[in-house]
Design a protein around this ligand. Structure first.
Ligand SMILES: Nc1ncnc2c1ncn2[C@@H]1O[C@H](COP(=O)(O)OP(=O)(O)O)[C@@H](O)[C@H]1O
Ligand SMILES: [Mg+2]
Length: 355
């Protein structure tokens, strides 16, 4: 009201409602329903008392038009207040909805994090389990190999000696019996040799005794002979002993790759290269000149993850040792490359052996 009196020389006395509109709009916009109604009512009373002639009294000089003015002001104020109120309510509703949305989003985020943690845990324990299973399988193979070699092998050797004794001690046996005994003797020899091969393939004793290089040479020679695939094995002379796990992992990888070359590649030759870089990394590369892994197979291996138990086992074994596996394949051949960090303990072993 005081501000309106200040503006009187500028706006004139005829329409005193200018500043009251501003006050009502301000109150409707920012202050809420009841403060704006109060502002409108107080404005009317103030204008009535101070501005409408005669000033400083509630008497009216021209009651008809002045009351019209006041009622008009109140009506429009009501409209503005209603608009302001509905606007504020829709704002509040939006804020509420946004708040709910944010809450739902946060909840979802928390659930995703929980699930991810659970999945990671499950993955880790699966990896640990598969590593443990590999190790158990290796141990079991070693045990079966030893049993076959030591018990069945020894029994067969004794059986062979018995046959020899029968032939020597019974010179009067008829020729048919001698032939049967010598056939049986030959069969025992054959079984012995088969059992020795099976036992060595299950777990090459050379791997424990003479190390990776000797075991690989032995395996590759046998493989070449059986499959008629020419294999070029390149191992540096300086390669010392690696840890047991590394030696068996590399041996099994070469074994699986050569089996794959025989079964899938159609190649007549293969190259195996073992490189030791600075005694910190060992790289094993197995290459063939075959037809390569078909696009469908390689897609299945990359996506569904169902195909390729051999490669998956290899990859898992290497992963346990901190290594990686790479497969490069095209229609002119396939190269499988494994890289393994040399473990501290293994280097120490080598140092100990060299000292
Ligand atoms: N050297 C290779 N040349 C051509 N194809 C290969 C070769 N090695 C593997 N493959 C293809 O990759 C697939 C996956 O191999 P692998 O994981 O060893 O499983 P599996 O030998 O049991 O089929 C094979 O089925 C074969 O189609
Ligand atoms: Mg295979």
């Amino acid at each position: 009201m005081w501000f309106r009196q200040l503006l009187a020389p500028l706006l004139g006395e005829s329409n005193p409602y200018h500043t009251a509109w501003v006050a009502v709009v301000f109150a409707a916009w920012y202050c809420g329903l009841w403060p704006s109604i109060l502002t409108a009512v107080l404005s009317v009373l103030g204008i009535w008392y101070w501005f409408l002639a005669p000033a400083h009294s509630f008497a009216l000089r021209d009651p008809r038009s002045e009351i019209f003015g006041m009622v008009g002001f109140l009506l429009f104020s009501g409209l503005i207040i209603a608009l302001g109120e509905s606007n504020r309510r829709s704002l509040t509703r939006r804020e509420w909805a946004e708040g709910k949305l944010r809450e739902a989003h946060d909840e979802l985020e928390r659930k995703v994090q929980e699930r991810t943690a659970e999945l990671n845990l499950a993955n880790d324990s699966l990896r640990e389990l598969s590593g443990r299973l590999q190790q158990l399988r290796d141990d079991e193979r070693r045990q079966i190999a030893r049993e076959l070699h030591d018990s069945v092998g020894q029994l067969l050797a004794a059986l062979g000696m018995n046959f020899d004794a029968i032939t020597m001690d019974s010179p009067n046996l008829d020729p048919a019996a001698i032939r049967t005994i010598s056939d049986s003797r030959a069969m025992v020899e054959q079984i012995s040799s088969e059992i020795r091969t099976i036992s060595y393939l299950l777990h090459p004793p050379l791997l424990d005794v003479a190390g990776l290089a000797s075991a690989l040479h032995w395996y590759v020679d046998g493989f070449s002979e059986r499959s008629k695939i020419k294999v070029d094995l390149q191992i540096p002379e300086t390669l010392g002993r690696l840890s047991d796990e590394m030696e068996i992992a590399i041996f099994r990888m070469v074994q699986e790759c050569l089996t794959n070359i025989h079964r899938h590649s159609g190649s007549e030759s293969a190259t195996i290269r073992l490189i030791q870089d600075n005694r910190r990394m060992v790289v094993v590369e197995v290459r063939d000149a075959g037809k390569g892994i078909s696009p469908e197979k390689s897609l299945a291996m990359r996506t569904a993850g169902r195909a390729g138990v051999g490669f998956r086992g290899m990859r898992e074994r290497l992963r346990q040792l901190g290594g990686t596996l790479r497969i490069d394949s095209n229609p002119t051949g396939t190269t499988v490359i494994a890289s393994l960090p040399v473990q501290e303990s293994a280097v120490k072993d080598v140092d100990a052996q060299m000292a």
